[in-house]
Design a protein. Structure first.
Length: 86
């Protein structure tokens, strides 16, 4: 007489149900990944828009220090001229 094997027996029905559950889980994960990718595209476009706006502001800002320096030099020159003109 042989001894019966000890272990776990999984029926075909149980295996089928597990495969179905796994397929549903994978489907939910795919849906979430698709939503994440869509949001990432939106974020990328927002970042590009912000980058463009920042670059535009930086380009428009550079004359301000130059104008300030020129005004300071003109004021100093005017002051020196007035001082030495007496």
């Amino acid at each position: 007489m042989s001894t019966p094997e000890t272990g776990v027996y999984i029926s075909n029905g149980q295996m089928y149900q597990e495969v179905r559950d796994l397929a549903q889980t994978v489907s939910r994960i795919e849906s979430k990944v698709d939503n994440f990718l869509d949001e990432a595209k939106d974020i990328r476009s927002d970042v590009q828009d912000h980058e463009l706006r920042i670059r535009t502001l930086e380009r428009a800002r550079w004359p301000m220090p130059t104008i300030g320096v020129l005004a300071g030099v003109a004021g100093a020159a005017t002051g020196a001229l007035a001082l030495f003109a007496r």
